[in-house]
Design a protein around this ligand. Structure first.
Ligand code: PAN
Ligand code: ZN
Length: 186
């Protein structure tokens, strides 16, 4: 019997290929509650693609001890002065951490603790990021090309989007002359 088998999945030109990959797309129309510049958002075409995620979910959602893997690709663009970014979330089970790995392009990992203190880390190909438990996380594309990164998170973490959709992050990442800057959201 041959005990050497093919891997379940592989990276193919920065995308995940193989069976059992679940793909999610987020377009401008899906993201009305996260961008600060609402008037600019209203004027954009609703079907413009902002980001997509390919996820490898080898165990059932909620499996204690299991792991999920996802590749997120954020397209270049801005809504007003705010860079295209993900919805962002806390994990539903708050004490679940996550690892992000920069793959292509340039971006920013925006982090916020439960006291609404917000900060950010630069992401680039090869950058590694440990997102501690109890920290909300969101990513933004700060470049002119596709920004992609890998993520690995516990299969029982779950996603709490409501807290961010209602209260946002306390700071937004906007383009200024010197580049991306985190400013207070008023
Ligand atoms: C990532 C994110 C992915 C998309 O895989 O889910 O980047 O961001 P939103 O989920 O905020 O739309 C992750 O953090 N998983 O836990
Ligand atoms: Zn997460």
């Amino acid at each position: 019997m041959n005990e050497i088998v093919a891997p379940a999945l592989r990276f193919e030109q920065q995308a995940l290929a193989g069976t059992g990959i679940v793909k999610t797309e987020r377009r401008i129309r899906d993201l009305g509650d996260i961008y600060f510049y609402r008037d600019a958002w209203k004027q954009m075409p609703g079907d413009e693609l902002v980001y997509e995620v390919e996820s490898y979910l080898p165990v059932a959602d909620g499996t204690e001890g299991g792991l999920f893997l996802g590749i997120t690709r954020i397209h270049p663009g801005k809504v007003g002065r705010e860079y295209f970014m993900t919805k962002g979330h806390f994990h539903k089970i708050r004490n679940r951490a996550e690892i992000y790995m920069g793959m292509e392009g340039e971006g920013m990992l925006i982090l916020m603790d439960e006291h609404r203190h917000t900060w950010a880390e630069k992401m680039f190909p090869g950058s590694l990021h440990y997102i501690h438990a109890n920290i909300a996380h969101r990513t933004a594309n700060t470049g002119n090309t596709v920004f992609s990164f890998g993520a690995v998170w516990p299969a029982d973490a779950g996603h709490d989007y409501a807290t961010i959709s209602e209260g946002g992050f306390s700071k937004i990442l906007v383009e200024q002359q010197q580049g991306p800057v985190l400013i207070d959201r008023i």
